[in-house]
Design a protein. Structure first.
Length: 141
C-alpha cells in the first residue's frame, strides 16, 4: 500500500465528508468554530487518489506561562478497513511535525485503558506510555 495522502482540513464540507470517522455527526457550526480557532488543527488521510477520507487526527495547541507550548493530540480515527496499515502512524507523525514547526516542546494524548490499537499507533510513531496519568473529567451536559 502506498503512503496515505494527508491534507489539512480547511472547510466545513471536508469535515462533513469525513463524518463517518467521527464519534458523532459533524455539526457545521462546531466545525466552523474549530477550523477558525487559532491553535486547532485537523488532518485528513486519503488512501486512494481522489478517494474519500479514511482517517483523521486532530490536535490543539496548549500554552502555559511556565511550561510553554505543547500539542494535545485530541483524537485519532481510522476507518476499520484501513487500520493496521500505517495510516494512524502517518497521521500522528504529521501532527507531531506541525507541533515542532509551531515551536511546541512536546505532544501528549490520553488513551483509554485496553485500547491496544491506539496504543500501537502511538508507539509506532515514537510515543511512550509514561504510566503516570489518570484522566479526571467534568460533564457540563
Amino acid at each position: 500500500m502506498r503512503p496515505p495522502d494527508i491534507r489539512r482540513a480547511t472547510t466545513v464540507a471536508q469535515l462533513v465528508a469525513a463524518g463517518h470517522l467521527f464519534d458523532q455527526p459533524v455539526r457545521p457550526e462546531w466545525a466552523e468554530r474549530f477550523l477558525t480557532t487559532a491553535g486547532h488543527h485537523l488532518f485528513l488521510a486519503h488512501a486512494e487518489e481522489g478517494g474519500g477520507p479514511v482517517g483523521f487526527v486532530s490536535g490543539v495547541e496548549t500554552l502555559h506561562p511556565d511550561k510553554g507550548a505543547e500539542m494535545f493530540l485530541y483524537e485519532l480515527g481510522v476507518a476499520a478497513p484501513y487500520r493496521r496499515r500505517g495510516i494512524g502512524r502517518a497521521l500522528v507523525l504529521r501532527l507531531a511535525a506541525l507541533a515542532r514547526e509551531r515551536g511546541c516542546h512536546g505532544m501528549w494524548v490520553g488513551v483509554d485503558r485496553g485500547n491496544d490499537v491506539a496504543l500501537a499507533a502511538y508507539r509506532s510513531a515514537g510515543g511512550e506510555d509514561d504510566g503516570a496519568c489518570s484522566v479526571v473529567t467534568w460533564d457540563f451536559g
